[in-house]
Write a protein that binds this ligand. Structure first.
Ligand SMILES: CSC[C@@H](O)[C@@H](O)C(=O)COP(=O)(O)O
Length: 355
């Protein structure tokens, strides 16, 4: 499996795959500081909501790796400042914000624990960050299993294999490994239930043609790339059983922010009677947001749209609007596939009330 993150827990060495150079060049960038982490996230050398949170947190771990911590309160305020800085790298994905809150709660409890000395606090804090890597892979495998079961439960005939469509990149490159929506695809492939995965190019940054296509070729899946504008025709012609996409932030009512173009695919899926699933860990659900209207949508530089590989492809002088994400209303989503099971959007609220 491709690896977006290489982390050595023996000596605190962190490297991330430069996804701007894919699919032509596999080159890893060394990350030594929080500023390095912020930069690779902001420039989208690392992207994908779970991967952003893990790389952000690990950049803090490697920065403090050799630090002598003498005072717990000073250390707590240092990590709070650095986590807040990391959240500012990209605004739409909630995972970095949620993981920061979790890490701050954990660090505060260590700070208040009189049995824990400053160096213990640092060690335990770093260990907590490292656990995020394993947890993300385990969560993705659970998402894959639940998603595969949910899709196959709607099929008539147990031996059937199906065609799926995905958008953007949600695989090993967007997570610690295995993937969310691509994790569902992977689980279906492993159980012989995948006939073919179709993927959109995902303009303007081309996560589909550069990254998902790269992963699928690498894994030797039966996979086909389509233009973003071919989705309606694909639904007419290719017997697509379901759409599986990831999420950058899910509101409590199920409205979902994901890569620009997701909303129009959901509209087309409804028109054609194709099931539309969002696949995301609980860390992508934002309990503080009641609906999608409150989600801040990142707008990226116009150059990402008007240039391809340094060559301008748009007419000089044209004005450009380049939102990186859109909001798919909950009414278009059949299920939200998480590591705890599959929820109808209307049931998410109760799920938070219970926990
Ligand atoms: C498991 S990744 C889920 C989402 O983060 C993904 O679908 C997506 O929209 C990524 O956007 P990106 O702008 O490439 O970070």
């Amino acid at each position: 499996m491709l690896k977006a993150i290489k982390f050595r827990s023996s000596n605190g060495q962190l490297e991330v795959l430069d996804q701007l150079l894919l699919p032509h060049t596999m080159s890893y960038i060394k990350i030594s500081t929080v500023e390095d982490g912020w930069n690779v996230i902001n420039k989208m050398q690392v992207r994908g909501a779970p991967c952003i949170a893990i790389v952000g947190a690990l950049s803090l771990a490697v920065e403090i790796w050799n630090e002598e911590v003498a005072d717990k309160k000073i250390f707590l305020s240092e990590i709070e400042g650095k986590l807040n800085y990391l959240i500012s790298a990209r605004p739409t994905a909630v995972n970095m914000k949620k993981e920061s809150q979790n890490l701050m709660e954990f660090a505060t409890s260590l700070c208040n624990d009189s049995e824990c000395d400053p160096s213990d606090m640092k060690k335990k804090f770093i260990d907590q960050i490292i656990q995020m890597l394993e947890k993300d892979i385990a969560d993705n495998k659970a998402i894959g299993k639940y998603g595969s079961e949910a899709i196959m439960a709607t099929c008539k005939g147990s031996s059937q294999s199906v065609n799926l469509l995905t958008h953007c990149n949600t695989g090993s490159l967007a997570t610690a490994g295995y993937g969310t929506a691509l994790g569902v695809v992977r689980a279906m492939q492993e159980s012989g239930k995948l006939n073919r995965i179709y993927m959109t190019e995902t303009r303007p940054y081309n996560q589909g043609s550069r990254l998902t296509a790269f992963e699928m070729v690498h894994e030797k899946f039966s996979a086909t790339l389509i233009c973003d504008s071919s989705v309606a025709y694909l639904f007419q012609k290719k017997h697509i059983k379901a759409v599986v996409v990831g999420a950058d932030r899910v509101a409590v009512n199920g409205d979902t922010a994901n890569k620009i173009g997701t909303y129009q695919i959901a509209c087309l899926a409804q028109h054609h009677g194709v099931d539309f699933y969002v696949c995301a860990p609980f860390s992508s659900i934002d309990p503080s947001i009641s609906s999608g209207d409150q989600i801040i949508i990142e707008e990226r530089p116009e150059r990402e749209m008007t240039y391809v590989n340094g060559v301008r492809i748009a007419a000089q002088g044209i004005e450009v609007w380049n939102p990186a994400f859109d909001i798919t209303p909950a009414s278009l989503i059949k299920g939200i596939i998480t590591e705890k099971g599959v929820y109808e959007p209307k049931d998410l609220k109760d799920c938070f009330a219970q926990s």
